[in-house]
Design a protein around this ligand. Structure first.
Ligand SMILES: [Zn+2]
Length: 409
């Protein structure tokens, strides 16, 4: 996985009015554009547009740069609305919602509604040759290739993406309806034959994260009145794909995957929280690689999912996930610093990386790395009930802040 800078996905407070309107407006169109995934290559990129229902017609055209207007690739989806969660994180301009990319000759994506149509414009440094392929029955893949260049073989192909989407659609594909009580899936990482990281004194990640996840579940139910579902309640193995499919099929509002970290150097310690995007640094990429490892031994559909993980920019839930990650990481670090005393807590921050389990979920999702089992003191803390209790309470507090912030938007 190559090193990539994080894509800035700014939340703007000026969006409040528009968001409220989008939430209340009746949906006239049959289909809704729910998620956009952009796979980047040097001269060739692919844009996957995922809808909840097929569009009645899809067309594209390419236009060269004219004066100060950049070269563009435009996709029109007939009888299609834009999901509010797809566009609300981005800066709203008269031309549409702007999602910055700034990599590999792609400047930005602009989402807009033209009457009953959804329009996605890709602004480019140079004009590209375009082609559109249907992926399954409700997604479309736009190829953007510089003239006279061969296809990039490292990008995921339509059949692999179709398999991946088919695996995801165990879920009801209808638009997400808000629940009376927040519905939260808590995912204790690993389990069964997959013990995860193993600590200096033999602590298994699978065991310690199950204990922590149970405390989080109890807290979410008691403190927030949430409806909580655990992906596993005992020491059984679940593939990453099954965990994501579980959350999708239950139509969860939030997905929280709980892990304990490991590093080659025994001196590394601290707490970090991840959301899905291109890797924010080399260490983040290494953590994703380790946590994604069990994907290769799962069912066959997971192979398709792992091929999806090239260089990826994702829109739809990424900004919400980052917000959730910030709230949880902030609460955990603040509370543990107070509880444990000076020098006993280390904030490694919120990071992004391409975790398979997060790629496949449809709701705001984070992966929490509680501490490093490969550091003797961190391992000891992680086994301590007081530390577990305070960490779980802090995760609950972070979710509470996230829910309060998203409700008031
Ligand atoms: Zn793990």
């Amino acid at each position: 996985m190559s090193r990539q800078s994080c894509i800035p996905l700014a939340l703007r407070s000026g969006l409040v009015v528009l968001v409220a309107w989008l939430a209340l407006a009746p949906r006239a169109q049959a289909a809704q554009l729910e998620q956009v995934l952009l796979f980047l290559g040097a001269e060739h990129s692919r844009l996957l547009l995922v809808l909840d229902e097929p569009a009645s017609d899809v067309s594209s055209h390419s236009s060269p740069a004219v004066g100060s207007a950049p070269a563009r690739a435009t996709v029109m989806l007939d009888d299609t609305a834009l999901a509010s969660r797809l566009i609300t994180p981005y800066l709203q301009r008269p031309g549409g919602a702007e999602m910055p990319v700034g990599q590999h000759g792609i400047k930005q994506l602009v989402f807009s509604s033209m009457g009953p149509r959804a329009q996605v414009v890709v602004e480019l440094e140079r004009a590209r040759n375009l082609s559109i392929t249907a992926v399954g029955d409700r997604a479309y893949l736009l190829d953007l290739r510089l003239p006279d260049t061969p296809p990039d073989a490292s990008l995921p192909e339509a059949p692999a993406l179709a398999n991946w989407l088919a695996g995801l659609s165990m879920a009801p594909s209808k638009a997400h309806e808000p629940h009376a009580r927040p519905r939260i899936v808590v995912d204790p990482g690993h389990g069964g034959w997959d013990s995860g990281a193993v600590g200096c004194t033999g602590t298994h990640e699978a065991d310690v994260v199950l204990a922590l996840a149970r405390r989080v579940a109890t807290g979410l139910e008691r403190e927030l009145g949430a409806e909580v579902l655990l992906t596993r309640e005992d020491n059984t193995f679940l593939s990453l794909h099954e965990r994501a499919a579980f959350a999708n099929s239950r139509d969860a509002d939030i997905f929280i995957s709980i892990h304990a970290n490991a590093a080659p150097a025994p001196t590394v310690w601290g707490i970090e929280t991840y959301y899905l995007d291109v890797a924010s640094d080399a260490n983040a990429a290494a953590v994703a690689l380790r946590e994604n490892a069990s994907v290769h031994t799962g069912v066959q559909a997971d192979d398709a999912a792992s091929r999806v993980l090239s260089e990826l920019v994702v829109s739809g839930t990424s900004a919400m996930s980052r917000k959730l990650a910030n709230e949880i990481q902030g609460a955990v670090v603040q509370n543990l610093s107070q509880l444990m005393g000076p020098g006993q807590t280390r904030d490694l921050g919120v990071k992004s990386a391409m975790f398979t389990v997060l790629v496949s979920t449809r709701m705001p999702s984070i992966l929490f790395e509680a501490s490093f089992l490969t550091h003797p003191d961190d391992e000891m803390r992680l086994r301590t009930p007081a530390f577990q209790r305070a960490t779980a309470d802090s995760i609950v507090q972070g979710v509470r802040s996230y829910l309060a912030a998203t409700e008031s938007e």
